[in-house]
Design a protein around this ligand. Structure first.
Ligand SMILES: Nc1ncnc2c1ncn2[C@@H]1O[C@H](COP(=O)(O)OP(=O)(O)O)[C@@H](O)[C@H]1O
Ligand SMILES: [Mg+2]
Length: 303
């Protein structure tokens, strides 16, 4: 397996603040790898180091099997970056945004024109090529950001929260474009706090918090390991229900107004509870990545 990214013990401090304490992971060719974590976990700081925006405080980094610092220019030519914040040039049209960007990569004008045309078509923006970017909807601006990050035909595409703030239609559209790119062999690294996005796109992912990796794995394996195949939710539980569940030997997470029981199979308990207390308050569902995320990073608000 060819490693596209090999990050070892990445660390980044800003004065006395440690934004990234110790992050290691490997991304292989053709894979979609996710960095998940609550706000402030260090996702953006991590990927800024990966594309050379922010020097490492410590650690080692190889991209395309090349040590990072000695090959910065060669590496940068092979990656595309879609940053978290919108940084389109609002004075320029949709097409001009792509053309201006292509100059960073010394693309011949004709090549740049052709790629811009193809990318705008691919991202369903070809009817707005002459519009000023400020006139575009949020979803269109995002799609243009992603299109722009592909102008150099990168081997690795890095996306920082590509769909944050988008409506469901725009999000679905971005997802299906990213899936197409992936099936064309592109390696993807993305950060997100949408579990559905991670579940759908990522082959493997890490959940990080406070600058450290908590777990790494395939979404389905992480669910099995850290949540359970099934989750039984009990709404407005009373003392008798709590006692019954405890007596049966089940571990539960107590949110006061709601109990969550994680297990490989909750069906028997679900039936028993239904018989004894009525099943109006019980919901049996599959475990999700969101369960894993909340169990590992807690339920406290971060901002
Ligand atoms: N340039 C910077 N200077 C000082 N602190 C920073 C800087 N960039 C990020 N941080 C801090 O580092 C921590 C991690 O931030 P960030 O990587 O943006 O997290 P995430 O992307 O996971 O939300 C936060 O506490 C943030 O305030
Ligand atoms: Mg961020």
């Amino acid at each position: 397996m060819t490693a596209v990214i090999a990050a070892k013990n990445l660390k980044k401090t800003f004065g006395s603040l440690t934004a990234v304490e110790d992050i290691s992971f490997t991304v292989t060719k053709g894979e979609c790898f996710g960095l998940l974590g609550p706000n402030g976990a260090g996702k953006t700081t991590t990927i800024r180091m990966l594309y050379g925006f922010s020097p490492l405080t410590a650690g080692s980094l190889e991209l395309f099997s090349m040590p990072f610092s000695e090959n910065l220019r060669a590496i940068k030519l092979r990656i595309g970056v879609c940053q978290q914040e919108n940084n389109l040039d609002t004075d320029l049209t949709v097409n001009e945004n792509l053309m201006v960007f292509s100059r960073y990569f010394d693309l011949p004008r004709e090549t740049a024109r052709r790629r811009a045309r193809e990318l705008l078509e691919f991202f369903a923006l070809d009817h707005r090529t002459e519009a000023k970017t400020a006139e575009l909807s949020g979803g269109m601006q995002r799609r243009l950001m992603v299109a722009r990050s592909l102008i150099n035909q990168p081997d690795l595409l890095i996306l920082d929260e590509p769909t944050t703030g988008l409506d469901p239609q725009s999000r679905q559209q971005v997802w299906s474009r990213l899936e197409e790119l992936k099936s064309g062999g592109l390696t993807l690294l993305l950060t997100t706090h949408y579990m559905e996005e991670a579940n759908r796109l990522c082959d493997r992912l890490v959940i990080m918090d406070h600058g450290k990796v908590l777990v790494e794995g395939k979404p389905a394996d992480l669910i099995r390991r850290h949540a359970g195949r099934e989750v039984l939710e009990i709404v407005q539980p009373d003392g008798r229900m709590r006692e019954f569940i405890t007596r049966q030997g089940h571990q539960f997470e107590d949110l006061g107004h709601r109990l969550l029981i994680y297990s490989q199979s909750c069906e028997e308990l679900f039936t028993d509870l239904g018989k004894k207390f009525g099943d109006a308050n019980c919901l049996l569902r599959m475990g999700t990545l969101e369960d894993v995320f909340l169990r590992l990073t807690g339920r406290d608000l971060r901002e």
